[in-house]
Design a protein around this ligand. Structure first.
Ligand SMILES: [Mg+2]
Length: 274
C-alpha cells in the first residue's frame, strides 16, 4: 500500500512539474496573442472605440465646415482618407486570425473579396456631408488593385460614397502615399487628411523609428484635430511594427521578449512584485 502511495506521489510531482513547464511555455507563446486579442476586443466591443470614432468624424465635419466658410473659400477642396481602420473596420479579419492562428497577409484576400467590412462609426455621415458640400473625396489606400471591385461592392453595401473610380487610389508599385497625395494636389486643394496611421498624413513618418515618429508627432501637434484627423487603431500599424524595426520575421517568443523589454514600469532599482 505504501509503495502504491509513493507511486501516486511521484506521478503527482512529475505531473505538476511537467504541467508547470507546459504552462510557462504556453503562457509565453500566448502572451503576444493575448495582447492582440485585447486590442481586437477593444475594437469590436468597447463603446469607447465607437465614441472615439464618432469624436474623430465630428471634429472632421466641424473642421470641414469651418474651412469651407473661410474667405476666400478654398478652390477645388478635397479630403483624403485612408480606408482600412479609417473608413472600413477589418477587425473580423484580425479576430479570425486569432481564433484560427494565422496573421496578415493570410486570409486578407478572402476577407477583402467578401466586401463585408462595416463602416466605422461616423464615417458615412461625414463622407456624405463632404460630398453634399461639393468636396472631392479621395481614398488613398494600400489595398491592392485586385481588390478594387470587391472594395466598391463593400462601399455600396455600407453606403460609402465614391465619386468616380479615380477617387479610389489603391496601391500600385509602392506603399508610400506621397505620390498619390501629390497627384490629388495637381487639381485639388487637400483641406483635411484622415487616417489611422501617421503615414496617412505625411511622408516624414514613412518607415521611421518609434522614437522619431514620437518626435514628429510632437512637432506636428498643432495639426492634429485641425488638418489631420486620426482614428485609433490598437490592433496593428506602423506604431507596432516600428517597435520591431519593421522586421516581420521575429518569432512569437522574440516579440514577447521585445514587447516586455519596452514596457515602462516603475523606475526602481529593484523592481517590486506586487
Ligand atoms: Mg489604415
Amino acid at each position: 500500500m505504501r509503495r502504491f502511495y509513493s507511486f501516486i506521489n511521484l506521478m503527482l510531482i512529475f505531473g505538476i512539474a511537467t504541467g508547470c513547464v507546459v504552462k510557462n511555455q504556453r503562457q509565453l507563446e500566448s502572451n503576444v496573442g493575448e495582447k492582440l486579442m485585447v486590442a481586437t476586443l477593444f475594437h469590436q466591443h468597447a463603446a469607447e472605440m465607437k465614441a472615439l470614432s464618432y469624436q474623430a468624424y465630428n471634429i472632421a465635419t466641424e473642421r470641414l465646415d469651418e474651412i469651407l466658410s473661410m474667405q476666400p473659400a478654398p478652390a477645388n477642396p478635397a479630403v483624403v482618407l485612408d480606408l482600412d481602420e479609417t473608413v472600413l473596420d477589418n477587425s473580423p479579419h484580425q479576430a479570425q486570425g486569432i481564433l484560427y492562428n494565422f496573421g496578415y497577409p493570410e486570409g486578407w484576400a478572402e476577407w477583402c473579396k467578401l466586401g463585408e467590412a462595416p463602416a466605422l462609426p461616423g464615417a458615412v455621415d461625414f463622407l456624405q456631408h463632404a460630398v453634399d458640400r461639393g468636396v472631392a473625396v479621395f481614398y488613398i489606400s494600400n489595398r491592392k488593385e485586385e481588390f478594387r471591385e470587391a472594395t466598391k461592392t463593400n462601399f455600396v453595401r455600407e453606403n460609402i460614397p465614391l465619386q468616380s473610380d479615380a477617387h479610389l487610389m489603391l496601391r500600385t508599385a509602392e506603399s508610400g502615399k506621397e505620390k498619390r497625395r501629390l497627384a490629388v494636389l495637381e487639381n485639388y486643394q487637400i483641406v483635411l487628411l484622415i487616417g489611422d496611421n501617421l503615414s496617412d498624413f505625411h511622408q516624414a513618418f514613412d518607415h521611421q523609428t518609434s522614437e522619431h515618429r514620437a518626435f514628429l508627432a510632437d512637432s506636428l501637434k498643432a495639426d492634429f484635430g485641425r488638418r489631420f484627423i486620426i482614428i485609433p487603431n490598437a490592433m496593428y500599424g506602423d506604431w507596432l511594427t516600428s517597435l520591431q524595426d519593421y522586421n516581420y520575421l521575429l518569432s512569437t517568443e522574440e516579440l514577447d521578449i521585445l514587447y516586455r523589454s519596452l514596457l515602462k514600469g516603475f523606475n526602481y532599482e529593484k523592481p517590486t512584485k506586487f
